[in-house]
Design a protein around this ligand. Sequence first.
Ligand code: SAM
Length: 251
Amino acid sequence: MAPEGGVCLLLNTETVSIRMSTAARSLDGVDTASLPPVRTFKPRRRSLSAARQAWVSEQLARWGLAESGARLDLTEVFGRTAPVVLDVGVGGGEATVVLARQRPHEDTIAVDVHTPGISQVLAAIDADGLTNLRVVHGDALVFLDRLAPASLAGIRVWFPDPWPKARHRHRRLVQPTTVAALVDRLAVGGVLHLATDVDDYAVQMMSVCAREPRLVGGVVERPAWRPVTRFEARGAREGRTAVDLLYERHR
Ligand SMILES: C[S@@+](CC[C@H](N)C(=O)[O-])C[C@H]1O[C@@H](n2cnc3c(N)ncnc32)[C@H](O)[C@@H]1O
């Protein structure tokens, strides 16, 4: 996941108002091993049929990693030594699956709390024999405890839930404590790739990442290789423009 394209500032931060109550929290002294219990996802009622649920459970037994448990040896998990990317909040899993097919040299851990998307990723693994994909049906922030420091080559957080209401902004996934915990798991030289089509969330992302001393980077042109998911497509239809931010862990 090498950064592609030059850094170019797309947003005028002066014109976007944002309540930075959480983003402004200091990183000093943050214990990233024990994150606050922030629920960053929205509850959904849609459930799977009993037969589909049974199939998902069966597939998770083969390809799933438990949300909690002992520290993972990723070489053992994938049966080889390769760069590992954590995909946080895969949604319908379209981008995750496309990239796993295109990048057989890379291993990916796809995480989401919601079953339908996880089910789609499992279906792709089953249909295409994608041995470079594993799935976590659970909270990515809880799962981080299973990953050793500096064990990842890349982390994607693409179109996290926007939480646009001011009183819900503390639920946003990209905030100082979570970014510090994510960066802990990135190897030096590893890449944190964020994307959003919510302007004030993009500003929050920039602000939080600028305060994380181990990261360098910023806004880049939309990488052509990043697949368009239905979330991005819907935003585009509604007149929103995606902003991509690429950061490298430099120390
Ligand atoms: C708007 S969707 C975007 C999905 C996908 N990344 C894309 O670009 O199309 C955000 C997803 O993040 C998931 N999510 C939010 N917080 C999460 C967390 N802490 N752990 C796992 N998944 C999370 C939600 O369930 C949802 O499916």
